[in-house]
Ligand binder design. Structure first.
Ligand SMILES: [Zn+2]
Length: 576
């Protein structure tokens, strides 16, 4: 990647788009037009929802779980998983899905392309540095998407100018303008981000912003890339730009905040209060370092305090909890119990006095209803005698719409689980669905065929294991001794697959209650190509551990070399 290589760039005369010709062009289906355009229908005047009709301003929800979120250490997802998350985001009603950074790796480019082809409704977006190579890569990934956006970024802060880009101010302005124009030649919907805007001199920030708008950017994003801003300073920055950037009213002003000081959501909301109409965020707030602004918190704050914000989004909030669970399962990054909106304790009332208040009047201690975010209050119990219909009804109530084939599969697994476990709770059913979805792409090289372990006082813990290589159906068997039965299982798997690494984390969570509860095993392995997380569900912790370890092995085996380099490559490229 040669971000600073001027050879990447065409001379300005080749760009051929006069600045005056591009701004404010309106492509139908462009989110900034506030059209409701889902499910691939052409927008009609009837289907359009305007700001004035609703009486409220609309805030565009730009989800970057698949791009910024995926930059969380160990959160890499394979193509099938990214598509699952993208579909959940579509069902959730987000406006824009940033599906990746096309120039970062061939794997990223491919997943943006597939999201664009398979997930209809939201605008699909790729990040790109302000260079010809990146913009071409983004465009080649987005071409097939019915609605698409190129997101061009360039750093503007003194520390980035001097130490990363080694460019003077005028060169930054020139390259920003060139990048936006290049992107506009290909795509009507172009976002420009001033990387590290929150640490940029206001006057210079306004200059770059104005030139980017003039060059045809349709969304102007002001990222706090390093999580340095405070609500007040961030609002002042945006206020300054609104006052001093010519043409800013013709574009959507966007916020993108990081959580290094725990202020990502607060800063984003401060931005909305001073006129930002796009919020960039991720499910569960995952992202580099301390993460991004959490989508569910931003959305529920604006909804619950509509009296203050006077805005609305198109998010179906009852899909928030299922989306949160899916992302937690896919990435292996668990949601803390006391996390706002989607944490397990978010709606739990333990203290007797609260319970009494709740029973008399719900609003005594509850500002949101759990059902509003898709959190099920009831823990209706299913069991051996529950039929297909009861299971289906429960799934619908939990917010899952399954196809007949998926329903059959979940029902079969439900029956197996009923033999192992007397009472089946909502969380058990949900775990079956989500684990089914995660592994639905069949992207498995190795499958567990048989497992037995011995352990006890005075004996050496040992495991014998049989795995099947899915490509040719060959069965391999190995035995190993270890420090304990789980260690012995891991060593036996290593012997067969040849994949070794250092175990960094190993956790077992109980999905529900009781001695026969399902355990979810999550483990993290350090491999020369990166850090990988794997997970599995079982009522038997040794079997669960074996499956979780195989999940990691399968991820390592399936990772393309280009993709494996992603974290370092991205770090070098920089992002917003
Ligand atoms: Zn970011």
């Amino acid at each position: 990647m040669s971000a600073s290589n001027p050879a990447d760039q065409p001379p300005a005369s080749q760009i051929g788009v006069p600045a005056s010709a591009v701004p404010n062009s309106r492509e139908s289906g462009n989110v900034r037009d506030f059209h409701v355009h889902r499910g691939g229908e052409a927008p009609t005047s009837k289907g359009q929802k305007t700001v004035s009709e609703a009486g409220l301003d609309r805030v565009i929800i730009f989800d970057t779980t698949l791009r910024d979120g995926e930059q969380s250490p160990g959160a890499s997802m394979n193509l099938g998983q990214k598509l699952q998350v993208a579909k959940a985001l579509r069902d959730l009603g987000v406006d824009v899905i940033e599906a990746g950074f096309a120039a970062a790796s061939p794997g990223d480019l491919e997943s943006i392309r597939e999201v664009g082809r398979q997930v209809e409704g939201p605008v699909v977006c790729s990040l790109a540095r302000s260079s010809r190579g990146d913009i071409e890569a983004a465009w080649s990934a987005l071409k097939d998407a019915p609605r698409r956006r190129i997101h061009v970024f360039l750093a503007t802060s003194p520390i980035h100018r001097d130490f990363k880009l080694k460019m003077a101010k005028d060169e930054i302005v020139r390259r920003a303008v060139e990048g936006v124009k290049m992107a506009r030649e290909r795509c009507d919907d172009v976002e420009f981000s001033c990387e590290d805007a929150a640490r940029t001199e206001l006057e210079f920030l306004a200059e770059v912003a104005e030139r980017a708008v003039e060059a045809g950017a349709t969304t102007l994003n002001i990222p706090d890339t390093v999580g340095y801003a405070l609500p007040q300073t961030y609002a002042e920055t945006l206020g300054y730009l609104r006052k001093h950037v010519r043409g800013i009213d013709r574009v959507v002003l966007s916020v993108h905040c990081h959580n290094d000081l725990g202020l990502a959501v607060a800063n984003s909301l401060a931005g909305v209060l001073v006129g930002a109409r796009q919020v960039e965020c991720t499910i569960n707030g995952i992202g580099e370092r301390a993460g991004n602004a959490s989508l569910e918190e931003v959305v529920m704050a604006m909804k619950t305090r509509q009296d203050v914000f006077k805005v609305q989004t198109d998010v179906h909030t009852e899909r928030l909890y299922p989306a949160s669970r899916l992302v937690a399962q896919v990435t292996g990054i668990h949601v803390q119990r006391n996390k706002a909106v989607v944490g397990q304790n978010a709606f739990a009332h333990e203290a007797g006095i609260h319970q009494h208040g709740m029973l008399t009047h719900r609003e005594t201690y509850e500002i949101m209803r759990p059902e509003e975010v898709g959190f099920s209050r009831s823990s209706l119990v299913l069991g051996k005698h529950s039929g297909r219909h009861a299971l289906k009804e429960r799934l619908v109530a939990l917010g899952y719409q399954l196809s007949d084939a998926q329903m059959e599969k979940v029902f079969a697994e439900f029956k197996v689980l009923c033999d192992k476990k007397k009472e089946i709770y909502d969380a058990d059913i949900e775990a079956l669905v989500i684990h089914g979805q995660i592994h639905a792409d069949g992207a498995q090289t190795w499958e567990l065929a048989a497992l037995s372990t011995t352990s006890g006082t005075g004996t050496l813990p040992a495991a014998s294991i049989a795995l099947v290589k899915k490509s040719d159906g060959t069965r391999y068997q190995e035995a190993a001794a270890g420090d304990g039965p789980v260690d012995a299982v891991f060593k036996a798997i290593e012997k067969i697959t040849g994949v070794t690494g250092k175990l960094r984390d190993y956790q077992i969570h109980s999905v529900t209650v009781g001695e026969d509860a399902q355990g979810e095993v999550v483990l993290e392995l350090e491999h020369p190509t990166g850090v990988y997380r794997g997970r599995a569900l079982s009522t038997d912790i040794i079997e669960g551990s074996a499956r979780a370890y195989l999940d990691v092995v399968n991820r390592i085996v399936l990772k393309t070399p280009a993709n494996a380099e992603l974290p370092d490559a991205v770090r070098e490229l920089g992002t917003v």
